[in-house]
Write a protein that binds this ligand. Structure first.
Ligand code: ADP
Ligand code: MG
Ligand code: MG
Length: 211
């Protein structure tokens, strides 16, 4: 039922906002090592506003919630990551037209990843959010389409894969974004955007498992 699904998405957005706020300093620390120390603040501000905007929606359906959150992130997060998180979400939201099923969830995930790559031009191994996102999306799609797992199990596997992707950003050299300016000095540092991507996925899983 569309309304109930919309409320689940609003709840997920609230959970993400709370988690990102709790991780604000952690994300700031990661970004201060290889960037400009604003990722925690950017994301906490953007997700708090996004949660407000989502909860203000009169009659939320998944597409509208996702679109609203994306637009808010685009205008509030700023930096390199705002347009990547927000703009990609606005595009991917259209895949949720008609509700959330295993099929539309896969389409949403694939479109989101595609847009992040179109906009940021980062490949896997460049030590960006793409390193968390790519294994998550590929694992989710494969778990649903090939292994025929229930969506919740597929999502849990996707979150595990994202975690391994985050760990992979540590020993490789950053090739996109501010961290790339450091050259070889970026080696040994965990990417902030990959880390916040993992936190978002963990909260979506937690809310989905609760319902
Ligand atoms: P800024 O670097 O402008 O201060 P943030 O600190 O909010 O922006 O976000 C930094 C994160 O954005 C990085 O950790 C990385 O994951 C992500 N990022 C930066 N550039 C790109 C890109 N071209 N493609 C994908 N992700 C990127
Ligand atoms: Mg930054
Ligand atoms: Mg910045």
């Amino acid at each position: 039922e569309v309304t109930e699904e919309g409320e689940a998405v609003v709840a997920a957005v609230a959970a993400v906002a709370e988690r990102i706020e709790a991780e604000r300093e952690h994300l700031t620390d990661l970004d201060s090592a290889i960037g400009d120390a604003d990722h925690g603040g950017n994301m906490a501000r953007g997700w708090a506003k996004a949660a407000d905007a989502a909860s203000d929606l009169e009659d939320p359906d998944p597409e509208t919630v996702a679109k609203t959150v994306g637009k808010t992130l685009m205008s509030e997060v700023g930096g390199a990551s705002g347009p990547l998180f927000g703009g990609s979400l606005v595009f991917a939201a259209a895949e949720l037209d008609g509700g959330i099923t295993a099929e539309t969830a896969v389409a949403f995930a694939e479109t989101y990843l595609e847009k992040v790559q179109d906009r940021g031009d980062a490949r896997i191994g460049d030590a960006t959010m793409v390193d968390a996102l790519t294994p998550a999306v590929h694992t989710f799609k494969k778990s649903i389409e090939v292994d025929d797992l229930p969506p919740l199990e597929a999502l849990a596997k996707a979150v595990d894969a994202a975690g391994r992707g985050v760990a992979f950003t540590v020993p490789v050299r950053a090739r996109k974004g501010r961290a790339s300016y450091l050259g070889w000095r970026s080696v040994g540092h965990q990417d902030p955007g990959a880390t916040s991507t993992l936190f978002i996925l963990e909260e979506v899983l937690a809310v989905s498992a609760d319902r």
